[in-house]
Structures are given as C-alpha cells and as structure tokens.
Design a protein around this ligand. Structure first.
Ligand code: ADP
Ligand code: MG
Length: 325
C-alpha cells in the first residue's frame, strides 16, 4: 500500500510546489476564506497550510489519508466543481514525508490530529485548534531519496511555490492568501470580491499595481466559448518572468495551446524574446473540454482546439487593433 502511494506520489507530487497546490486546493474545496501557507527550506523541510474551512470530523481523519477516499465525487465527471476528486493527494504526500493533519469542524467541540510518516499512520489524538484545518508536511521525499536529488535548490522551489499560490489566487479573489517562508516569495493577498472589479484588483495584487493601467481588457465569445481577461500592452512586458495565467472554467491551467495562441496574437507587435503578461479566463461547456488529462490536472484537452486558438488569437489581435496597436 505504501508502495502504491509512493508510485502515485511520483505522478502527482513532483516537488514542494505540487504539495502546496494539493493542500491549497483542499482548503478551497473546504470553503476556506483564508489560506495561509508557510514553508521552510524551499518546502523540503516544512510546508504548512492552514485554512478556516469546514474542517474534518475526528472520525473522518483516518479516511482523509486513505487511498481513493474522497468526499467530493459527483455523478457527472464533467461537472466537477471541486478542485480535487481522486482522493490521492494526502495518502501520496503521506507516503513520502511526515504529514500531520489537525482539524476542527464547526460542530466539533475540540480538534483532533492524525499523523502519517512514510506511509505509517498514527492513532488519532486530541489537539487544540480553531475551526479549520492545518496540514503540515515535514521532510518531503525523506522516504524517497532518489526524488530529492531532482530538487532544484531552495530559491527555485520557493519561486515555484509562489507561482502556484499566485495562479490559484487569481481564480479565488474572495479568499485571502498569505505565503511566508523565504524573502523572495512572500505574498500577502487580501480578499477582494468575485466581481469584475474585484477580480482585477486581485490580478493587480499578483501582477503588480501598474498592470491594469498597462493592459487591455478582452471580452469575446465564439460558438459558446467565452473569453475574458486582460493582456498587457506590448510596451509593458517584463523580461524573462513569464506571467501568463490561464483558467478554464475557473481552474488554473498551464496549456500549450493557450500559450501558443498568445504568442501568435502578439507575434507582429512583440520581439521574439519578450512575452505579453496575460490573464485569460475561458468559460465553456464542460462537456467539450477535458481538464483531467493528468492527475496533476494542469493540462487541458479541448474538443475543438482550432476554435479556442482562433478565439484567443482573433480577439486579442482585435483588442490590440482597437487600442491602436
Ligand atoms: P481529494 O481532494 O481528491 O478528495 P485528498 O487526498 O486531497 O483527496 O483529500 C482527501 C479528503 O480529505 C478530501 O476529500 C476531504 O474530505 C478531506 N480534506 C483534505 N484536506 C482538507 C481540508 N483542508 N479541509 C477539509 N477537508 C479536507
Ligand atoms: Mg485534494
């Protein structure tokens, strides 16, 4: 069983940032309004995610770390509203690290805690905590030393973690996010709200206060696919830091087709070595997109890639032209 979990971990948990992604998604699935991330040693020594969400009842704690136990399955696989649904993340992480979960529900009169170390589960014990959940991951990959060798160093891992939090935070403007642990990657993103203005304020928190004034709004629709968001004007780009955020039905994605379409849209107005800063939200019928190609869930597969590419290239070019660029 530990072996199976370690194999699953190899698929889903590549580096500290993957742990942070899974834990933050769990916090959001639990309805958190505040998500706090603390790391040490680039996340290899410590990752701690604290939320004020629904919490886990004492008698469910052991289930939360059991393989394929999820509280989130719905009948329609295309209609997955929550971010997680495979019940793989916690057992996978617990098989390669020292993991502890401390949690308290709204109705529970005290908190409880469970631990798992390299796959070995401890008994549930009482603990002290406010409502919500704290998941602590220490010594990531201590149980799989071969994996440790692939880590890129503290700064690179910290900045990957910061990138993950930023990516998710743009999709959840009403949630407050903090990230602490290394100077380079500290974040404090106060809650805004889930309106166009609130979403743009969150984008400005992440991409810089000067981004909105140096960007163009996109709002286009083609055959039921809706594209909204902002792209930077060509004169406002930052060298090397690739700041392109894309969302499909509210989920962060990292997709070659979308990145290629952005490149195509800017091909005539940007030198090859510069990249536009973009935040794009695609909304479409969940039946014509598969967002679950890989367990890490960053890839997407569109039923009609040409439609999506054409929409992005066409509407971004049009918006640039309308702005006289
Ligand atoms: P999944 O998210 O795919 O269901 P996970 O392994 O990430 O699988 O989590 C297993 C289960 O543990 C979840 O279905 C949920 O019931 C519970 N859980 C995990 N993290 C939290 C959290 N922060 N708050 C409340 N429940 C949680
Ligand atoms: Mg999950």
């Amino acid at each position: 069983e530990t072996m199976i979990n370690q194999i699953a971990a190899g698929e889903v948990i590549e580096r500290p940032a993957s742990v942070v992604k899974e834990l933050v998604e769990n916090a959001l699935d639990a309805g958190a309004n505040r998500v706090e991330v603390v790391t040490a040693g680039g996340g290899l020594n410590l990752i701690r995610v604290t939320d004020d969400g629904s919490g886990i009842a004492e008698q469910e704690l052991a289930l939360a770390i059991a393989r394929h136990c999820t509280s989130k399955l719905t009948e329609n696989i295309h209609d997955i509203r929550s971010l997680g649904f495979r019940g793989e993340a916690l057992p996978s992480i617990g098989s390669v690290s020292r993991l502890s979960i401390r949690s308290r529900t709204a109705t529970g009169d005290s908190a409880a805690e469970i631990g798992i170390e390299g796959g070995r589960v401890s008994a549930v014990r009482p603990a002290a905590a406010n409502r919500g959940t704290t998941v602590e991951v220490r010594d990531l990959f201590f149980a799989t030393p071969a994996r440790l060798k692939f880590m890129k160093g503290e700064r690179a891992e910290s900045s990957a973690t910061s990138d993950v939090v930023k990516r998710i935070a743009i999709a959840f403007p009403a949630v407050r996010f903090t990230l602490a642990g290394s100077d380079r990657s500290t974040l404090e993103l106060p809650a805004t709200d889930d309106t166009p203005e609130g979403r743009l304020r969150r984008v400005a928190q992440v991409m810089g206060a000067d981004f909105p004034d140096n960007s163009i709004a996109i709002d286009a629709m083609r055959e039921g696919v809706h594209l909204t968001g902002h792209v930077s004007i060509p004169s406002f780009t930052r060298a090397n830091a690739l700041q392109q955020y894309a969302y499909v039905n509210g989920r962060p994605v990292r997709d070659k087709l979308i990145a290629g379409a952005i490149r195509g849209a800017f091909a005539d107005v940007l030198p090859r070595d510069r990249h536009a800063m973009t935040v794009l939200f695609l909304t479409l019928d969940p039946a014509i997109v598969d967002v679950n190609v890989h367990p890490a869930k960053a890839d997407v597969r569109f039923r009609d890639p040409g439609l999506v590419r054409g929409l992005i290239v066409g509407s971004v070019r049009q918006a640039l032209a309308d702005a006289g660029i």
